[in-house]
Design a protein around this ligand. Structure first.
Ligand SMILES: NC(=O)NCCC(=O)O
Ligand SMILES: [Zn+2]
Ligand SMILES: [Zn+2]
Length: 474
């Protein structure tokens, strides 16, 4: 049935205006004033913003990691995402060196099909570039629409790839129109620092942060940018945490390189002191790269504002405190890395960004949806409100206040890293391709209704125009 969303304030990355949106067959077919609502269901958005659905470019659902498997799968994770205003995710498909890429992709389809309630795509991890990968990769890009490749520069002896692999992946990406994503930390030096700390009896969670200093994130970011320049390719640095990394991205962008950066709500809101909480509590705050000294938060907010960083991903990678994080009792290096963030990404960015005056409404939409759609080959199908776009829409009450808590969240995990944070603004209703998934704050979706997204090839400007270096935009 047709729907008309009426009386709301429509906000995109470039415009704010009052208007009605007519939806038919899952797509926005008309936008105007006082649209004829005959034969259409009227959805009243009075007093609310009407935003494009959030796009979360960085999730780990149902992923084996650190000797266990993430607590949220494609069902609970996407339900939580939908409550939080996210209508599309791009999840990381893990590969292994001794198996075909296609096997990993098949496994990720099996994890997500029949479960996801919102739309989803995959990034593909590259651990090594061998003859099999060279043969298979073009197929993955062409037939699966997987147009982003992830290389880990850290997690030695687990996921870490060497610089040769990163360089070859950048060359392949240039050739085939893909975007290379990096986890930028110097894994070799970190492995040495961890071993040294443990041998000196330093086993508590705070040593997770102290053995991964920011200079090693800055160094790896700069190295990846240099290899990108040499390959004349394109790079997206995931989960940027600190000034040292932001400066390297800014330096690259000033040269006109196609280098982009993402940060996450945890780095904008939390700091290293959480890891030093009494007892084992600090394990809840173990992410890699780690939380940093508090002053870095201003650097990250400013980088989102200036456009040096383009996106905010959740890096959702949830583990229960009891039964999973405690694998690292007595040895911080065994604490599973990651946390539950998929649900609160959108609202935290609105509340701490727009409501507190750090971001404009347009910058908010850009970092939460539009930039990711552009960088990851989904625009204009996703990431905006426009005629012809999918009707992925968030009706958002900007006035309502609530307190984030594990007692009320929808993630299948026993704590919330933002417990007690008071925020302003909340999604009221969320539609994916014109169908309600959340209606008046109640889940009304169906597991399996989310569709797999074949994405377009990377297609951003050859050189970043000078304006974008200082004013934002993907
Ligand atoms: N970030 C984190 O600690 N866990 C997820 C895996 C990754 O993105 O490195
Ligand atoms: Zn990572
Ligand atoms: Zn991640």
């Amino acid at each position: 049935m047709k729907k008309v969303i009426k009386n709301g304030t429509i906000v995109t990355a470039s415009d704010t205006y009052f208007g009605d949106i007519l939806i038919e067959d899952g797509v926005i077919v008309m936008i105007g004033v006082d649209l004829d609502a005959q034969n259409a269901e009227i959805v009243d958005a009075s007093g609310c913003y009407v935003f494009p659905g959030g796009i979360d470019p960085h999730t780990h659902l149902d992923m084996p990691f650190g000797g266990t498997v993430t607590a949220d799968d494609f069902e609970s994770g996407t339900i939580a995402a939908a409550f939080g205003g996210t209508t599309t995710i791009i999840d990381f498909c893990l590969t292994s060196k001794d198996a075909p890429l296609s096997k990993a992709v098949e496994a990720w389809h099996a994890k997500s099909k029949g479960k996801a309630v919102i739309d989803y795509g995959f990034h593909l991890m590259i651990g090594e570039v061998n003859d099999d990968v060279l043969f298979e990769l073009p197929q993955m890009i062409e037939e699966e629409g997987i147009t982003s490749l992830k290389v880990f520069m850290a997690y030695k002896n687990v996921f870490q790839a060497d610089d040769g692999t990163l360089f070859k992946t950048l060359q392949l990406a240039k050739e085939h129109g893909a975007l290379v994503m990096v986890h930028a930390e110097n894994g070799d030096v970190i492995a040495y620092l961890i071993e040294k700390a443990l041998s000196e009896g330093q086993t508590e969670p705070i040593y997770h942060a102290l053995t991964r200093p920011p200079v090693l994130e800055g160094e790896a970011t700069g190295r990846a940018a240099a290899l990108t320049e040499l390959a004349d390719s394109q790079l997206y640095v995931v989960h940027v945490t600190c000034a040292e990394a932001v400066w390297k991205i800014e330096e690259a962008r000033k040269k006109g390189l196609r280098v982009y950066g993402e940060t996450c709500p945890q780095y904008l809101m939390l700091d290293q002191s959480s890891l030093a909480k009494p007892g084992f509590e600090g394990a809840k705050y173990v992410w890699s790269p780690p939380l940093r000294e508090k002053w870095n938060q201003d650097v990250l907010w400013n980088a989102l504002w200036s456009g040096s960083l383009q996106t905010v991903g959740s890096d959702q990678c949830s583990f229960n405190f009891n039964g999973q994080k405690d694998l690292g009792l007595g040895d911080f290096s065994k604490i599973p890395n990651g946390g539950p963030t998929i649900e609160d990404r959108f609202s935290i960015l609105y509340s701490e960004g727009v409501h507190k005056g750090r971001l404009s409404l347009h910058q908010f939409v850009d970092v939460i949806a539009t930039s990711s759609a552009k960088l990851f080959g989904l625009f204009p199908q996703k990431g905006t409100i426009a005629i012809g776009s999918d009707a992925d829409i968030v009706i958002f009450d900007p006035h309502c206040k609530r307190t984030i808590s594990a007692e009320t969240h929808h993630m299948k995990v026993d704590y919330n890293a933002f417990e007690g944070l008071e925020i302003t603004g909340e999604p009221v209703s969320v539609l994916v391709r014109g169908e309600f998934i959340v209606r008046d704050k109640q889940f009304v979706g169906q597991p399996g209704s989310g569709q797999y997204l074949q994405r377009k090839r990377f297609n951003q400007p050859e050189k970043l125009p000078v304006k974008e270096q200082t004013m934002g935009g993907a």
